[in-house]
Design a protein around this ligand. Structure first.
Ligand code: ADP
Ligand code: MN
Length: 533
């Protein structure tokens, strides 16, 4: 109102300036209260804004803020109402502020839509990632946000059965008694970056920037671009990913955060849905954070999501409950923590194996019940399981000797028994046998460790013998060859009885002397004996 009396040459320009001015005043009032990165003093972007801001404008704003004592004068001298000012940096800032205002309005609208979308449904979908104004997110803030307790509906059961792809290596076995019987493997590759979210507003800040050479604003532009790209990626995945159907919203959110952080480029689809886990394929991104020793993210990653429903882990708790590494923690934990512990166990076991040079996925990241590791396979096609691949007899023999060696390494160097070793958890990739699925692996001194080993030996032995490998040892010989124990029983019942007797002795020993004193292994790595006595 004050300025209008000044009568600029171009009345519409003056009007625009009034409008901008009003916006500035409005924004100045609200900027400190909102959580916007631009308003945070430590934030680099806000520094950029400060750089952009002209001295004149700063002075003007300050004066206006102080009082209405000299309003006319101040406004009259301000750069905006002369109509001749050619300094565009102030305009730029105004434009940015307007843009921010616009973004905030967009977010408010988004919140309304979110509310409408969710209604009073028990399960709600968050639109948080669509927001334009991103509060600084702490990826750990969601520590206990997940409602794991509600198991009435298993969120992992896809709405529709995942169709078995025509091509690929996924199959089903009839005579198999492991959990894999129930695995319905589906793989769906969603089109990448095809459909940008239609509602995604880019705003006009970028267009404006193109006219300017201010290096600070260039940085802003970069930021805007990457924001846009990131949000678009998120949006696309939210809309199209098969992840949508296979995991619960909270898990999805964690996965999107991985994409959002740039650690993963895209999550392409589901490789496997089992009773206890869902595995996804993803393209690796990069870690921008140079403070952390920036780990190289593999080009292709596998994301193993451990199921968070309670009924599944019950079958398995004998593996972990009696694993002394986890024993103390087990009793104190609630179910959701136990599920995370499965993921943690797999991570530790993989790390041990990696150190011993066993071909296995490398761990990339563990986040709650989600384990990201390197993908064994190529171009989104996972390496076939030994069960599925057709090997020549030469290769089969080779695979057998590799497996024997792997089992020995696992036992002697990693002090681990796989405990679910079979042709389903061995992949054939690049002429090598790769071990996967080690969340249930235990140390040999686990109260049932030797029984697990025996079962592993039986699976391996039968598979290779049926596969025509004449050299393949029988299960009992294999057991002795791996463990270095010398159990001489010549029938299975006696053999198992001896194994159980050993386990019992070991347990008694533990009761008396504590876990550390007991070992089936000699410390010097020599031929294993039952105890060091
Ligand atoms: P589950 O407990 O469900 O059997 P697995 O770890 O065996 O979990 O994973 C299920 C399937 O997912 C595997 O049989 C394999 O086909 C695939 N898979 C798992 N991890 C990887 C990986 N790192 N690279 C490629 N494929 C993988
Ligand atoms: Mn498996």
């Amino acid at each position: 109102m004050i300025v209008s009396s000044e009568g600029g040459k171009d009345s519409s320009a003056a009007l625009l300036r009034i409008c901008l001015k009003a916006r500035v005043l409005q924004l100045r009032c609200c900027v400190p209260q909102i959580k916007c990165p631009w308003a945070t003093p430590q934030n680099t972007i806000s520094c950029s804004l400060a750089d952009v801001m002209s001295e004149q404008l700063a002075k003007e704003l300050q004066l206006e803020e102080e009082a209405a004592a000299f309003p006319e004068v101040v406004v009259a001298e301000g750069p905006f109402i002369t109509g001749e000012n050619t300094d565009t940096s102030s305009d730029l800032m105004l434009a940015q502020m307007l843009q921010m205002e616009f973004d905030r309005e967009y977010d408010a609208q988004l919140r309304r839509e979110e509310k409408k979308f969710n209604g009073d449904s028990k399960v709600s979908i968050s639109f948080e990632n669509y927001r334009k104004v991103h509060p600084y997110e702490d990826s750990d803030s969601s520590e206990d946000e997940v409602d794991w307790q509600d198991t009435r509906d298993d969120p992992y059961i896809p709405a529709k059965p995942v169709p078995t792809p025509k091509k690929g290596f996924i199959g089903k076995g009839k005579d198999i008694t492991t959990k894999h019987d129930e695995v319905v493997c589906g793989r769906k590759n969603t089109a990448r970056m095809e459909n940008f979210a239609p509602g995604f507003q880019v705003g006009d800040g970028i267009g404006m920037d193109l006219k300017l050479s201010n290096h600070v604003f260039n940085a802003l532009k970069q930021h805007a671009y990457s924001e846009e790209r990131r949000s678009a990626r998120l949006h696309e995945k939210k809309e199209h990913s098969t992840a949508e159907k296979a995991v619960d919203p909270k898990t999805r959110l964690l996965m999107y955060k991985m994409v959002n952080s740039g650690m993963l480029e895209t999550i392409t689809g589901c490789i496997s849905t089992g009773k206890e886990s869902v595995v996804f394929h993803a393209y690796g991104g990069s870690t921008e954070d140079e403070k952390e020793d920036s780990k190289v993210i593999p080009t292709e990653c596998a994301i193993k999501v451990f199921k968070t429903t309670l009924n599944e882990f019950k079958n398995r708790d004998k593996y972990i409950k009696d694993d002394f590494r986890f024993k103390d923690r087990f009793s104190k934990l609630n179910p959701r923590k136990i599920i995370r512990m499965w993921a943690e166990k797999e991570m530790h076991n993989l790390t041990r194996m990696q150190r011993a040079g066993i071909p296995c996925p490398t761990v990339v990241l563990l986040k709650k019940h989600i384990l990201v590791m390197s993908f064994i396979g190529h171009d989104q096609v996972p390496a076939p399981k030994l069960k599925e691949v057709k090997l020549s007899s030469e290769e089969m023999k080779e695979a057998y000797y590799q497996t024997l060696h792997l089992m020995q390494q696992l036992y002697n160097e990693c002090t681990l028994v796989h405990a679910d070793l079979s042709e389903y958890n061995m992949l054939w990739h690049a002429g090598k046998v790769w071990l996967i699925d080690v969340s249930q692996s235990v140390e040999p001194t686990h109260p049932h460790g030797l029984e697990f080993l025996f079962r592993d030996c039986r699976n391996v032995s039968q598979f290779f013998q049926k596969g025509g490998v004449k050299e393949a040892l029988g299960e009992r010989e294999l057991f002795n060859a791996v463990s270095g124990l010398n159990i001489s029983a010549d029938n299975e019942a006696d053999f198992l009885a001896e194994i159980e007797a050993l386990e019992k002795m070991n347990e008694d020993h533990v009761q008396k002397n504590g876990r550390k004193a007991a070992s089936f292994l000699k410390d010097d790595g020599g031929p294993p004996v039952l105890y060091d006595e």
